[in-house]
Design a protein. Structure first.
Length: 270
C-alpha cells in the first residue's frame, strides 16, 4: 500500500511537471491541457473538489474523446477517490491507447495491474462469502432438523415402551382371570368302582389300534415257506395254490422285490 501511494504520488508529480513544461508535451497534449474543462478540473483537484473535477474531466472528454490527459486524470480519480476500479482501468487503458509511447505508460500499466487485483479481490470474495453463508444456513437447518427428528424418535420410543408395558399388564390380567375362572374338577360320587372294561361317563371311547383291525382282516396263516434262490411271490403263490394278493396280505412286512434267501414266508390258508 505504501508503494502504491508513492507510485501514485510520483505519477501525479510527474503529470504536474509535464504541465509546467519540465517534460515538453507534444502539440496534441498541449491542446488537450488548454481545454477549459480540463483546466477547471485541475483547479478543482487542487481545491480538493474531486466530484467537481470528475465532472469537468468528463466534459473535456465530451469535447475531445481522444484526450489522453483527461483519461489519465479520470483514471487517477476513480482509483484513489471513488474506488471504481473498473472505471479506472477503462480510462488508464484509453490513455495507453492514445499515448502508448508516453513517459507515463509504464506507471499506468502498473496502476492497471493494481486495479485489476483490487477488482478481483472484491469480485471473488463476494460469491465465496455468499456460498459460505448459504452452506452455513443449510448446516444450521440440518442441525435443527436433526434435533427435531431425534426428539420425535425419543417420543416414539417412549410411546412404544408404554404400549408394550400396557400389553404385558393386560396379558397378566387375562392370565390371572383365567386361573380364577378355571372350572373345578368334577366331584367324586360314591358307588361301585367301575371295572377296567366299563367305560366312564364322559370319558373318550378308546380307539382300537389299527394293527389289530388289520390283523382281523388278514387271512389265516397255517403254513410257512423258506425262500430259496429264484423264488418270487408269484412262484410261491402258484406253488401253494393261493393268490399273490393273499400272499402279500399275509406278509405285509416283506418286500416282494427284496426277498432274501432263508427268509420265512407265511402261507395263508385256503
Amino acid at each position: 500500500m505504501i508503494f502504491s501511494r508513492a507510485l501514485l504520488y510520483g505519477l501525479i508529480v510527474t503529470a504536474a511537471l509535464a504541465v509546467t513544461g519540465c517534460f515538453p508535451p507534444s502539440a496534441g497534449s498541449a491542446d488537450e491541457q488548454k481545454d477549459p474543462y480540463y483546466l477547471s478540473g485541475k483547479r478543482r483537484v487542487n481545491s480538493l473538489d474531486f466530484n467537481g473535477a470528475l465532472e469537468d474531466f468528463e466534459k473535456a472528454l465530451e469535447a475531445n474523446p481522444r484526450s489522453a490527459a483527461a483519461h489519465l486524470e479520470l483514471g487517477i480519480l476513480h482509483e484513489q477517490r471513488t474506488k471504481d476500479y473498473s472505471a479506472a482501468i477503462y480510462h488508464f487503458e484509453r490513455f495507453l491507447k492514445f499515448k502508448p509511447d508516453s513517459d507515463f505508460a509504464e506507471p499506468v500499466r502498473q496502476r492497471i495491474l493494481a486495479c485489476k487485483q483490487e477488482l478481483a479481490r472484491t469480485v471473488s470474495l463476494g460469491p465465496v462469502n455468499q456460498m459460505v453463508q448459504r452452506d452455513l444456513e443449510k448446516l444450521d437447518g440440518l442441525t435443527k432438523e436433526n434435533s427435531q427428528l431425534k426428539a420425535q424418535l425419543e417420543q416414539m420410543q417412549n410411546q412404544m415402551s408404554q404400549l408394550i408395558a400396557m400389553q404385558m399388564g393386560q396379558q397378566q390380567q387375562l392370565q390371572q382371570r383365567g386361573q380364577v375362572t378355571q372350572p373345578a374338577p368334577p366331584m367324586r360320587i360314591s358307588g361301585p368302582t367301575p371295572s377296567a372294561n366299563t367305560p366312564q361317563v364322559g370319558a373318550p371311547t378308546p380307539i382300537q389300534p389299527v394293527v389289530a383291525q388289520a390283523n382281523v382282516a388278514r387271512p389265516a396263516v397255517g403254513r410257512t415257506h423258506t425262500v430259496k434262490s429264484g423264488d418270487t411271490f408269484y412262484k410261491i403263490a402258484k406253488q401253494y395254490k393261493v393268490s399273490e394278493a393273499a400272499l402279500k396280505t399275509a406278509n405285509p412286512r416283506i418286500d416282494a422285490r427284496r426277498m432274501q434267501i432263508g427268509q420265512v414266508i407265511q402261507i395263508p390258508s385256503l
